[in-house]
Design a protein around this ligand. Structure first.
Ligand SMILES: [Zn+2]
Ligand SMILES: [Zn+2]
Length: 284
């Protein structure tokens, strides 16, 4: 039995420890397949994305660790690539010559709040609430609709392999009275977006970053039966920023997926994704 994780951060972006620390913790927690997915550079400076100039070092350090730990763990190199509507995506010049095992397409920013400043849905609540008031008159439903609309734009544009934290808008969204992901209007948005993921042949991660603290995965557990019925290939990722969190939430998520009727999780084998059987203790 073993675990895998393809969504992880380290000090090349906003992760809190070195690549090597993450590798050591991954090995000690029984992970056999581990991928780095630092936040890719953006056209503007942030405190959480990789600098363009650092990519060469990211690749170099990865290669060193891949060789050093080759008998203990399979390491993969990826990036988590932002889609910012009208501003930045994986079609940017930067990505053209990059040799990556896979990429994750994610949304952290929705619309512009003011010049050169976008509203982040993944920061603190204060910032989230301010942007919500400014852009959507405080209406979380309008923001959720916009979130899925932009997700649709990202999927239509394509160029990446895995859809990252599918319904991340629920992270802060659930703090608003009257917001319930089980409501029909929300489920309809989810189903339409999942259908597009299915049509485009993309992979979907089950992101456990908020499972321990908030009890939810992205996508929410509510949607597991729909995802299974559609036959969308999934894997479980921790989106860890601390080495101690490399397998956070995995046992629960694997168990819940099993209960929802999933038989396999997709795993990376030297250039291709294949279905692997699992139970609540890991991959078989
Ligand atoms: Zn992310
Ligand atoms: Zn991430």
């Amino acid at each position: 039995m073993y675990w895998s994780n393809y969504h992880s951060h380290c000090t090349f972006c906003d992760g809190r420890s070195s690549m090597e620390d993450f590798v050591r913790f991954a090995i000690s927690r029984g992970i056999k397949k581990y991928g780095f997915s630092s936040h890719a550079p953006l056209p503007f400076l942030t405190k959480w994305t990789m600098l363009e100039d650092d990519f060469a070092d990211y690749e170099k350090e990865f290669k060193r660790l891949k060789e050093k730990y080759k008998n203990k763990i399979e390491l993969y190199l990826g990036l988590e690539v932002d889609f910012i509507h009208g501003c930045s995506d994986i079609r940017n010049e930067f990505f053209r010559d990059k040799k990556l095992d896979y990429t994750i397409g994610s949304i952290h920013y929705l619309d512009k709040i003011r010049d050169n400043e976008y509203w982040t849905i993944d920061g603190g609540f204060r910032e989230f609430n301010q942007g919500l008031n400014l852009l959507f008159g405080g209406d979380i439903r309008l923001a959720a609709k916009r979130f899925f609309e932009i997700t649709t734009f990202m999927i239509e544009k394509g160029g990446f392999d895995i859809v990252g934290h599918f319904d991340k808008i629920t992270y802060h969204g659930l703090k608003y009275a009257g917001f319930n992901p089980a409501d029909k209007w929300f489920v309809d948005l989810v189903i339409d977006t999942l259908q597009l993921i299915k049509n485009k042949g993309l992979l979907l991660e089950i992101n456990t970053k908020s499972l321990t603290e908030h009890g939810i995965t992205y996508p929410n557990q509510l949607f597991y039966p729909i995802i299974r019925e559609m036959g969308i290939p999934v894997m479980v990722n921790s989106d860890c920023h601390y080495p101690t969190n490399v397998t956070d939430g995995f046992a629960t998520a694997y168990k819940n997926l099993k209960q929802a009727g999933f038989l396999t999780l997709h795993q990376f084998f030297d250039g291709e994704w294949r279905a692997v059987e699992f139970d609540e203790n890991g991959l078989l």
